[in-house]
Design a protein around this ligand. Structure first.
Ligand SMILES: N[C@H](CCC[C@H](N)C(=O)O)C(=O)O
Length: 283
């Protein structure tokens, strides 16, 4: 199977061009290729497939084989891939996802994609649509007990579910691998959840770490950064333009409250092209 390894501020996936390749069992292939010792090593698998309604379709699978509806760092790389590998010959691109069609703009420098701006659509705040079990219609700064400790979460979906927690200290002090799974699998999250731990630095800047549903801690999460910016604005901590500092780099998020649309701007990088022999059982 031919693939391209790409990363968006360190959130790395194996990309397969399904205009040319066929992947019969994406969940199993995701688990195999993601393994950093027996496979290629990645946060998951992204299939780039034809679409009837857009320039292409993005299907995203986490490291554990579960499918996510949307992937922010991933969709920037899909747009760059589509341009670089000739699926499109324009810089305004539409990508179909399970969270609807997303519209992207590629910025070129010396003919190369240097930055990608994504219209991520409207944030979803209704608890039942995230989903998060709650008595209230929205989950804003709501208490959640995890392993006997009380945290306060703000729930936002960007097509995939997020619980945002604000700390008054740097998230680098957290032992994420210890507490992450307890959030991910908490009974109040029927579809599991991506959890972001945030420290507000000023009215336009926050720093965060993320424990992703199905992938564990990643260097960055685009939809997570959008959820963090929305939660920061809802809680009155920042302005509508927020620089989100993640382990792998920064993303610029703008929540246009008038249009109720979230824009994410960041890089997309191709690491290498490769070919891998899949085990017979999943080939
Ligand atoms: N890393 C991705 C998000 C993956 C979300 C996935 N973990 C799920 O929702 O199951 C991003 O850049 O948005």
């Amino acid at each position: 199977m031919k693939f391209t390894k790409m990363q968006g501020i360190g959130n790395d996936y194996v990309y397969v061009n399904c205009f040319k390749e066929e992947v019969k069992d994406p969940a199993a292939v995701a688990r195999f290729v993601s393994d950093r010792h027996f496979g290629i090593g990645s946060d998951g698998l992204i299939l780039i497939r034809p679409s009837e309604k857009a320039d292409c379709t993005m299907d995203m699978y986490n490291l554990d084989g579960s499918q996510g509806a949307m992937c922010g760092n991933g969709i920037r790389c899909v747009a760059k891939y589509a341009y670089d590998y000739g699926i499109v010959d324009k810089t305004d691109i539409a990508v179909e996802t399970k969270a609807g069609i997303k519209y992207l703009h590629l910025t070129l420098k010396d003919g190369k994609v240097s930055e990608v701006r994504v219209n991520m659509g409207a944030p979803i705040l209704e608890a039942v649509k995230i989903p998060i079990v709650s008595e209230k219609e929205q989950v804003i700064d709501e208490s959640l007990e995890v392993e006997g400790k009380e945290y306060y979460i703000t729930g936002v979906s960007m097509g995939n579910p997020h619980a945002v927690i604000f700390l008054d200290y740097s998230p680098e002090e957290l032992e994420l691998e210890k507490i992450g799974p307890s959030f991910e699998n908490h009974k109040r999250f029927p579809d599991r959840i991506n959890t972001e731990f945030v420290h507000v630095l000023n009215r336009n800047t926050v720093e965060m770490r993320v424990w992703e549903r199905g992938s564990g801690e990643t260097m960055a999460c685009g939809t997570g950064a959008c959820a963090v910016a929305v939660a920061s604005i809802l809680n009155g901590f920042t302005e509508e333009e927020v620089t989100v500092k993640l382990l792998g780099g920064d993303l610029k998020i703008f929540w246009d409250r008038k249009e109720n649309l979230v824009y994410m701007t960041g890089p997309a990088t191709t690491v290498f092209d490769g070919e891998i022999e899949l085990p017979e059982a999943i080939a």
